[in-house]
Design a protein around this ligand. Structure first.
Ligand SMILES: Cc1cn([C@H]2C[C@H](O)[C@@H](COP(=O)(O)OP(=O)(O)O[C@H]3O[C@@H](C)C(=O)[C@@H](O)[C@H]3O)O2)c(=O)[nH]c1=O
Length: 187
């Protein structure tokens, strides 16, 4: 397993080992004790899966407010996504900054996004399946969202605004200020 801290060091890009043979490959997609050696100790209580039929689908940017804040361990099992995390922890040296990684069915990489971050992704191919483990259950009343292309974030999305396929809910999301104060750095 290869673990890389991204430019926001709380965000980990994790690539599990793959054991290839004539049949294909075997990989451990989650191993709790091994993850704990990298500081990832929060228990996971919900697994999610989404299918996006087209290239250019953007989901996000989402989080849940405390007490239902979620850490997410995200992977793409079919197709490819550009996966993004945005730091919204007041007082963080990287508040408002984003990092991204390309997750594909081929590379098997996973992004660990702890509580305190917005999450979103853009599909880079058709028929994309994304699976992710969450450290809290879904709670509709705790859902928060920021507009995916809020100019204050200046995220370098791999899709033009006019080509992005976005849900009505996400198209109506607020700006970064609307979620400021939900999380505090160090808490
Ligand atoms: C997120 C979620 C949604 N739902 C329902 C609500 C709704 O009817 C339907 C679709 O929900 P959404 O439009 O919010 O799905 P989606 O836009 O895919 O939302 C997801 O986006 C990515 C980026 C995340 O990080 C996730 O945490 C989640 O917010 O599924 C659940 O039942 N459980 C859940 O955990």
């Amino acid at each position: 397993m290869h673990v890389e801290k991204l430019t926001i060091p709380d965000i980990l890009l994790i690539t599990p080992a793959r054991f290839e043979d004539s049949r294909g490959y075997f990989t451990e997609t989650f191993n709790a004790p091994r993850m704990a050696t990298h500081g990832l100790t929060l228990p996971f209580v919900q697994d999610n899966q989404s299918l996006s039929r087209q290239k250019g689908v953007v989901r996000g940017l989402h989080c849940q407010a405390p007490p239902h804040a979620q850490g997410k361990l995200v992977r793409c099992t079919q197709g490819a996504i550009w996966d993004v995390a945005v730091d919204i922890r007041i007082g963080s040296p990287t508040f408002g900054k984003w990092v991204a990684a390309t997750l594909t069915g081929e590379n098997g990489s996973q992004l660990w996004i702890p509580p305190g971050f917005l999450h979103g992704f853009c599909t880079l191919s058709d028929d994309v399946v994304v699976q992710y483990k969450c450290t809290d259950v879904w709670n509709r009343e705790s859902e928060c969202a920021v507009l995916w292309n809020d100019p204050a974030l200046a995220i370098d999305w791999p899709v033009a605004p006019g080509d992005a396929i976005v849900s009505d809910k996400d198209a109506a999301a607020g700006d970064l200020l609307s979620v400021s104060g939900i999380f505090t750095f160090g808490e």
